[in-house]
Ligand binder design. Structure first.
Ligand SMILES: Nc1ncnc2c1ncn2[C@@H]1O[C@H](COP(=O)(O)OS(=O)(=O)O)[C@@H](OP(=O)(O)O)[C@H]1O
Ligand SMILES: Nc1ncnc2c1ncn2[C@@H]1O[C@H](COP(=O)(O)OP(=O)(O)O)[C@@H](O)[C@H]1O
Length: 231
């Protein structure tokens, strides 16, 4: 459920400064009598320390499209440049934070909602948070985008054909889905809703996928151009 913007800091009469948090509440809190606490060290202080700007690079695409590969290549490239990044990967988070969730539409929505909130915290910490999830439903991705302000949600669409992903099939999941042994598999019998207005689209050229380092370079160029890799 989408909420309206809530000026948390302003609620308690806090000064309007860098610590003021303007956020979209993605759920209506169940608890009452809760109050927002601001801390003396704010996002700008952390960004100055790190000499970079916090943001979320949200990688979406079919299973096998290369999300994890891009996430890791990008993470390593940023690390080499002395930039602090952290990868949130679908498979990995489903071993912990999201291990109670399956692949029904409402479970995927909750998966993405939680990840969006975590990614927002990482961005607030000043990091380049790289989130790599199929995130097949447009509405769920848009809810995550709405949590971030000032262009710091960067949606990267790995627009690889189903044919290519299915030919790769590194985990053998497409084969199982085609055989009816996995139900509700994205691209086979569950939908993937392509982004309409993503910041970066990476696709095959003449049937050939760009190399992982070329894909990462495309994202780095965007981050450089938008000033995320500087104070
Ligand atoms: N039914 C079904 N549909 C799609 N994917 C499935 C399914 N069942 C298991 N898997 C495996 O789960 C990985 C995707 O997890 P995500 O958290 O990214 O999915 S989602 O965003 O909630 O849709 C996905 O990993 P990737 O291949 O890296 O995308 C699969 O390995
Ligand atoms: N740019 C690329 N060029 C060639 N092969 C790739 C590329 N990106 C990923 N792959 C290969 O495709 C398969 C799926 O990649 P992966 O990153 O696991 O995808 P996803 O996380 O979207 O499921 C892996 O075997 C990987 O080595």
């Amino acid at each position: 459920m989408r909420g309206r913007p809530v000026e948390r800091g302003a609620r308690r009469g806090q000064p309007r400064g860098e610590n003021r948090v303007l956020e979209m509440s993605s759920t209506v809190p169940k608890s009452s009598n809760i109050f927002w606490h601001d801390c003396p060290v704010g996002k700008t202080d952390r960004q100055n320390l790190l000499k970079q700007k916090g943001c979320v690079v949200w990688i979406t695409g079919l299973s096998g499209s290369g999300k994890s590969t891009l996430a890791c290549t990008l993470g390593r490239e940023l690390h080499t440049r002395g930039k602090l990044a952290y990868v949130l990967d679908g498979d990995n988070l489903r071993h912990g934070l999201n291990k109670d969730l399956g692949f029904a539409a409402e479970d995927r929505a909750e998966n993405i909602r939680r990840v969006g909130e975590v990614a927002k915290l990482f961005a607030d910490a000043g990091l380049v948070c790289i989130a790599s999830f199929i995130s097949p439903y447009r509405r769920d991705r848009e809810s995550c985008r709405a949590l971030l302000s000032d262009g710091s949600f960067i949606e990267v669409f790995l627009n690889m054909s189903l044919e290519l992903c299915e030919a790769r099939d590194p985990k053998g999941l497409y084969k199982l889905a085609r055989a009816g042994k996995i139900k509700g598999f994205t691209g086979i019998d569950d939908p993937y809703e392509a982004p309409l207005n993503c910041e970066i689209e990476i696709k095959e050229v003449d049937g050939v996928c760009p190399s992982p380092s070329d894909m990462a370079a495309q994202v780095i160029t965007y981050l450089e151009d938008k000033g995320f890799l500087h104070e």
